[in-house]
Design a protein around this ligand. Structure first.
Ligand code: ADP
Ligand code: MG
Length: 247
């Protein structure tokens, strides 16, 4: 089907004899927000890294719009232009302004016209509430502001999907919301995303689908309503209790 963005089939990933991902299959369609949750160490980050070819895998396939994503393959650099990724620790270049950080990839890799890119950067900065920070350096920004810049830097390449890995985990509590609100707005506006988070209220509000991972497999998958209101498995119930998020 043409609206499938990412298709993961029977993915297996191990580090030595540590089988982290044991046969996971997931399809993400255009416009969907899929939220991955699960206990620490269950392989969520590893899974996201496999989606854009950052890890060699031991079995299965990953494809983006039908094109194989393979660790070490020559076409990976093209695929990375179609998959945006934001991590826990904003990796902005410290010696470059916000504007230059955002425009780097569209100018140098995508070779788009400077004025058009600058204009779009300003529009995106305005959308995340940071229009007045275009000329600031990362060291002049709070953690929450840096993460919003990192999101803009992703959006400006017009990726087919954005992967977000615990992007608020390193932030002070008062900054968590300003970042999650931006992501929620993207979700409501049909941005295709796969999100790893421990923020359960946000997961419930943003997700079209929740995937609960544990022990290297998908333990449960369903709508946020199904998952949070009536988790079917004992493992998911136990997990949600640790967040005091059972309803
Ligand atoms: P999560 O993001 O769900 O907390 P990770 O994907 O970071 O989990 O880790 C899953 C498992 O893989 C853990 O057992 C972790 O120790 C292991 N792991 C992750 N990255 C590496 C690596 N580069 N080398 C060896 N083991 C790793
Ligand atoms: Mg992780």
């Amino acid at each position: 089907m043409e609206d499938i963005v990412i298709e993961v089939s029977n993915l297996k990933k191990a580090f030595g004899d540590n089988d982290v991902i044991n046969d996971i299959s997931v399809t993400v369609r255009k416009g969907e927000t899929v939220v991955l949750i699960g206990p620490s160490g269950c392989g969520k980050s590893t899974f996201l890294r496999c989606l854009n070819g950052l890890e060699p895998i031991q079995g299965g396939t990953v494809s983006l719009h039908g094109e194989p994503v393979e660790y070490g393959s020559g076409s990976l650099y093209k695929i990375r232009q179609k998959i945006g990724m934001v991590f826990q620790n904003y990796d902005l270049f410290p010696h470059m302004t916000v504007m230059d950080n955002i425009c780097l990839s569209p100018l140098k890799v995508q070779k788009r016209p400077r004025e058009e890119v600058r204009q779009e950067a300003l529009e995106l900065l305005e959308r995340v509430g940071l229009k007045d920070k275009a000329d600031a350096y990362p060291s002049e920004l709070s953690g929450g502001q840096k993460q919003r810049v990192a999101i803009v830097r992703c959006l400006i390449i017009h990726p087919d999907i954005i992967l977000l890995d615990e992007i608020t985990a390193a932030l002070d509590p008062e900054m968590v919301h300003e970042v999650l609100n931006v992501v929620l707005d993207l979700a409501k506006n049909g941005t295709t995303m796969m999100i790893v988070t421990h923020e359960m209220a946000f997961a419930e509000a943003a997700a079209d689908r929740i995937i609960f991972l544990d022990g290297g497999v998908i333990v449960e998958e369903g709508t946020p309503h199904e998952f949070f209101k009536s988790p079917r498995t004992e493992r998911a119930q136990r997990f949600l209790k640790t967040f005091s998020y059972t309803k």
